[in-house]
Ligand binder design. Structure first.
Ligand SMILES: [Zn+2]
Ligand SMILES: [Zn+2]
Length: 122
C-alpha cells in the first residue's frame, strides 16, 4: 500500500466523521424511532426520508439525551406547524446562530489537512 492510498483513506475517514457529527442526532433518532411522522402518521423511506425531521420536544437543540426522550420525528409540514403554533421563533434562531459557523461557509475544513497528513505519514 502506498502512502498516497493511505492518506486518501484517512481523508475519507475524517470527512465521514465530520458529516456524522453534523447529523448525529438525526441519525440516532432515525435509528431509535420508526420513520413515521408523530403527528400526521405519514411514513417515509428512501429519498423522501429527508422530509422527516427531528423535533426537540423542549425546543433545545443542545438537549440530546441518548435515549431519544427529547426527540420526536415530524415531517417538515408538521414540524413547521409545531413551531408556528408555539411561536417559538428562537427554536430555529438558536440553531442558526449556534452552528452557522459550521454550515455553508466558504471555508474548507479540509484545507491544509493534506499537508498535515503528509507530515504525519513521513
Ligand atoms: Zn406530519
Ligand atoms: Zn422542532
Amino acid at each position: 500500500m502506498s502512502a498516497k492510498d493511505n492518506s486518501k483513506k484517512i481523508l475519507e475517514e475524517v470527512r465521514r466523521t465530520q458529516q456524522e457529527r453534523e447529523k448525529t442526532y438525526r441519525e440516532r433518532a432515525l435509528k431509535l424511532y420508526p420513520w413515521i411522522c408523530a403527528h400526521c402518521g405519514r411514513e417515509f423511506e428512501g429519498k423522501r426520508l429527508k422530509e422527516l425531521t427531528v423535533h426537540h420536544k423542549d425546543h433545545n437543540h443542545d438537549n440530546n439525551p441518548p435515549d431519544g426522550s427529547n426527540w420526536e420525528l415530524l415531517c417538515i409540514y408538521c414540524h413547521d406547524n409545531e413551531h408556528s403554533r408555539d411561536q417559538v421563533a428562537d427554536a430555529y434562531g438558536d440553531a442558526a446562530s449556534d452552528s452557522s459557523s459550521d454550515k455553508g461557509g466558504t471555508t474548507n475544513p479540509f484545507a491544509g489537512l493534506g499537508e498535515m497528513l503528509k507530515g504525519k505519514l513521513e
